[in-house]
Design a protein around this ligand. Structure first.
Ligand code: ATP
Length: 264
C-alpha cells in the first residue's frame, strides 16, 4: 500500500516584517484508498501543505516521506490538480491528457489508448478531438483530473479543484471525484473551503487554523464510503447526521476564528 507521510512539518516564509510561520508541526498520513481533506480559512497554509507533499517546496522543520523515501521534489508518484486547470490551450483534449505520457516516452498507440480510457473515466470520451476553447470550466477540470490519472500516480493532490465552478457543476464534480477514487483506489489529498464538500468527500478531515497553520481538528468520516456503497449524494447531504456534523463544524470554525481575531 502506498503512503505519503508528513511528519512534524514546519514552513516559514520571509515576510516584510520578519519570518512568517505558515505551518507549524503538521503531521498527516495519506494511504491508498483514503481521501484526506484539508479545510481552513484563507491563509492557514493549505497550499503550503500541498506544496510540501507535491515536492514543490521543502519543509523548514520535519520531513515528508513518499513510500518511505524523503520527498526531494515533484515525482510521477504524485499527480497534482489546481483550481486553475493549467492545461495547454494549443493541444486538444486527448493530447492534453496524454501529455505526461509523451514526456515519459510511452508509445503513441499506448498514449492514445490510455488517454481514451481516462477520458471515458471522466465522461469526456466524445470530446477527445475538441479544442479547449470549446470546453466549459467543469469539462476542463475533468480533463485536468484525467491528465493526472493518466500518469498512474499513487496519489492525487487536489488544490481547490472545484473552487472556480458554479454550484451545480461543483456538486457533479464532487460525485465524479468519488467515482474516480472508488475506481482507481488512489490516495487523494484535497483542499477545500467548503465544509459540505469536505464532509462529503473526506475519509478523514483536517481543519487548519492560521498564524501559524496547525491542525486543530482531525476526524475520520464515513460519508464518502456511503456514496461508494451506492447511496446518492443528495440523500447523504440531507441525512440529519450529515447536517448536524456540518453545523457543528461551522460553529467550531466560527469560534476558532473569533478566538484568533481576539488574540490578534
Ligand atoms: N512565497 C511566499 N512568501 C511569503 N509568504 C507566503 C508565501 N506563500 C504563502 N505565504 C504566506 O503563508 C501563509 C499560508 O499561505 P497558503 O497559500 O499556504 O495558505 P492557504 O490556506 O492555501 O490560503 P488560500 O486558501 O487563500 O489559498 C499565508 O499567510 C501566506 O501569505
Amino acid at each position: 500500500m502506498a503512503s505519503l507521510i508528513v511528519e512534524n512539518a514546519g514552513v516559514s516564509y520571509a515576510g516584510p516584517s520578519g519570518p512568517v510561520q505558515a505551518l507549524d508541526r503538521v503531521s498527516l498520513e495519506l494511504r491508498s484508498g483514503e481521501i484526506v481533506v484539508a479545510l481552513g480559512p484563507s491563509g492557514c497554509g493549505k497550499s503550503t501543505l500541498l506544496g510540501l507533499m507535491a515536492g514543490f517546496q521543502t519543509p523548514s522543520q520535519g520531513r515528508v516521506l513518499a513510500n518511505g523515501r524523503p520527498v526531494r521534489g515533484p515525482g510521477a508518484d504524485r499527480g497534482v490538480v489546481f483550481q486553475d486547470d493549467a492545461l495547454m490551450p494549443w493541444l486538444n483534449a486527448e493530447d492534453n491528457v496524454a501529455f505526461g505520457l509523451r514526456l515519459r516516452g510511452v508509445s503513441r498507440e499506448q498514449r492514445r489508448s490510455e488517454a481514451r480510457r481516462m477520458l471515458s473515466w471522466v465522461g469526456l470520451e466524445a470530446f477527445a478531438g475538441h479544442a479547449l476553447s470549446q470546453m466549459s470550466g467543469g469539462m476542463r477540470q475533468r480533463l485536468g483530473l484525467a491528465r493526472a490519472l493518466a500518469a498512474d500516480p499513487d496519489f492525487l493532490l487536489l488544490d481547490e479543484p472545484l473552487g472556480a465552478l458554479d454550484a451545480l457543476t461543483r456538486e457533479k464534480m464532487q460525485s465524479l471525484i468519488l467515482s474516480l477514487w472508488q475506481r482507481s483506489g488512489k490516495g487523494i489529498f484535497l483542499i477545500t473551503h467548503s465544509i459540505e464538500e469536505a464532509l462529503f468527500l473526506g475519509t478523514e478531515l483536517l481543519v487548519l487554523t492560521p498564524r501559524p497553520g496547525r491542525i486543530a481538528l482531525r476526524q475520520k468520516l464515513g460519508f464518502a464510503q456511503r456514496y461508494a456503497a451506492g447511496e446518492s449524494a443528495r440523500s447523504i447531504k440531507a441525512d440529519p447526521a450529515f447536517i448536524a456534523m456540518r453545523e457543528h463544524l461551522l460553529d467550531w470554525i466560527f469560534r476558532a476564528e473569533e478566538a484568533d481575531h481576539a488574540a490578534a
